[in-house]
Design a protein around this ligand. Structure first.
Ligand SMILES: [Ca+2]
Length: 112
C-alpha cells in the first residue's frame, strides 16, 4: 500500500522491472516502484552462527550477515553485491549466471 496506493500487485509481481519481486523488496526494505533501489549488498561473515539475511555486516537486532558465500549468492538477484568479510570459507563457490558482484576483505587465499 505504501508504494502502490492500491492492492493490484501481488508479492510475486515486479512492476519496476528490476528483477526483484515485491515480496523480496519488502523484506529488503527497498522501493518496489524504483528500479534503481532493488539491488542490495549482502554481507557474508564466517564468524556468525547462525546466519542471518545478509542485509547488515554485523547483527543489528534485525539484520545480520549470512554464514556462507553460497547462501548469499542463492539469495542474490542480478545487480546485487555480495561482500565477504574476513574469514575462512570452506566451500566451493559457483557464481553461475547471475550478474552479481563479489567483493571481499583480507587476502584471498583461494579461487572463485
Ligand atoms: Ca521490483
Amino acid at each position: 500500500m505504501a508504494h502502490f496506493g492500491h492492492l493490484g500487485f501481488s508479492g510475486s509481481d515486479n512492476p519496476d522491472g528490476d528483477g526483484v519481486a515485491n515480496a523480496e523488496e519488502f523484506a529488503r526494505g527497498t522501493v518496489p516502484t524504483d528500479p534503481a533501489s532493488g539491488a542490495v549488498t549482502l554481507f557474508v561473515s564466517a564468524a556468525v552462527e547462525p546466519g542471518f539475511d545478509g542485509l547488515a555486516r554485523a547483527w543489528d537486532g534485525v539484520h545480520g550477515p549470512m554464514p556462507s558465500i553460497n547462501a548469499a549468492l542463492a539469495a542474490s538477484f542480478s545487480g546485487d553485491t555480495v561482500h565477504v568479510l574476513s574469514g575462512t570459507y570452506p566451500e566451493d563457490v559457483d557464481i553461475g549466471a547471475v550478474d552479481v558482484t563479489v567483493t571481499g576483505e583480507g587476502t584471498l587465499k583461494g579461487t572463485l
